[in-house]
Design a protein around this ligand. Structure first.
Ligand code: ADP
Ligand code: MG
Length: 343
């Protein structure tokens, strides 16, 4: 037995496929009931990591503990881990109820318990009335609810979700996102959710593990990762940061220190209005020319050229604010307190 106080502890995990290394010395801990998102570009090793945790892939080295128990070499069915995939992976010849009950049947649960728990799970994912339908009679969103219910019905210790929403359209995606989070909270279920979509990661997670080429670049709350990107990769991946070279930055505002790169959030640059009030930490005004604008609902996203640099600038879309047409001359203020030097 390991004495660890964390619910999940992974130590020095390594996985290769032939000569190609997916990850090495990967270590992290997760607390009970946490919702963790693994966020990173395609091919960085997210699915391989989940598959190692689920027991669908054998790691080359390292240890995996859940609730103090070493499960590194435990069979997948014995780990108490539920998994949901992007491709629903339902049995086409079974009804919704039969698909959901499958795991309980395999465990040899008594019939009455099986029926009761299946009915509960169907209720939880809001599929009441669809029990007798077959997967091909369901929408994509409904199929993913079946897959979710199937994973939840066996009361897993950990829920793993591998890009479960990627194949769904935007509206269903947003609904299901909220539902997954609500169910997870209600059940206090330790969850690892995989996505390459930063908005999904920001809105759902207790903590984000930002991953690149088999390494964790940064781990932290959505706020931490968003407000303080650890390096250039993080700043490029999260938000719509302007990344300025030292030369570009020093043309626009007073630069302290010898950093080579400056990350500036689009909402940390202001388009100066005659009556506007701005933080005292703002730079002196810099002349700029509007290149283009894009309406993002409550925000107007401008591209503005200033002293040789083209910047993304977000302005709240209030009824009082003007919309600047391309070629408009404006003045920009940089909130120096929010600019992140990156080494
Ligand atoms: P992600 O889920 O982040 O897109 P994966 O974990 O699927 O990334 O893949 C990580 C790397 O491992 C990729 O380079 C991929 O090509 C490779 N890989 C994944 N599965 C296999 C496999 N079964 N055999 C060989 N290479 C694999
Ligand atoms: Mg994947």
């Amino acid at each position: 037995m390991d004495q660890s106080k964390h619910y999940v502890e992974v130590k020095d995990l390594a996985k290769h496929f032939g000569a190609s290394r997916v990850f090495e010395n990967l270590s992290f801990t997760i607390d009970e009931g946490e919702f963790i998102t693994l966020l990173g570009p395609s091919g960085c090793g997210k699915s391989t990591l989940l598959r190692c945790l689920a027991g669908l892939e054998e790691p080359d080295a390292g240890r995996i503990y859940v609730d103090g128990e070493d499960i590194t070499h435990t069979k997948a069915q014995k780990r108490g881990i539920g998994m949901v995939f992007q491709s629903y992976a339902l049995f086409p010849n079974m009804t919704v109820a039969e698909n959901i009950a499958f795991g309980l049947k395999m465990q040899g649960a008594p019939k009455s318990e099986m029926l009761q728990r299946t009915a509960q799970a169907i209720c939880l994912v809001e599929l009441v009335g669809n029990e007798k339908k077959y997967p091909n009679q369901l929408s994509g969103g409904q199929r993913q609810r079946v897959a979710l219910a199937r994973a939840l019905v066996v009361k897993p210790r950990i829920l793993l979700l591998d890009e479960p929403l990627s194949a769904l359209d935007a509206r269903i995606r947003r609904n299901l996102r909220e539902e997954i989070r609500n169910i997870q909270r209600k059940m206090q279920l330790t969850t690892i959710f995989v996505t390459h979509d930063q908005e999904e990661a920001m809105t759902m997670s207790d903590r984000i593990f930002l991953m690149d080429k088999g390494r964790f670049v940064q781990t932290g709350t959505p706020e931490e990762v968003y407000l303080s990107p650890a390096n250039e990769f993080a700043a490029r991946f999260i938000g719509a940061y302007n990344l300025l070279s030292a030369a570009e930055a020093s043309a626009l505002f007073d630069v302290q220190g010898g950093e080579s790169l400056f990350a500036v959030r689009p909402e940390s640059v202001y388009v100066r209005e005659p009556q506007g009030v701005y933080p005292q930490t703002c730079s002196a005004p810099v002349p700029g020319t509007v290149v283009s604008h894009q309406l993002l609902g409550n925000v107007i996203r401008y591209r503005i050229a200033a002293l040789g640099t083209e910047l993304t600038v977000d302005v709240m879309n209030r009824s009082s604010s003007r919309l600047y047409a391309p070629q408009s001359a404006v003045e920009l203020l940089f909130n120096l307190a929010e600019i992140k030097p990156l080494s």
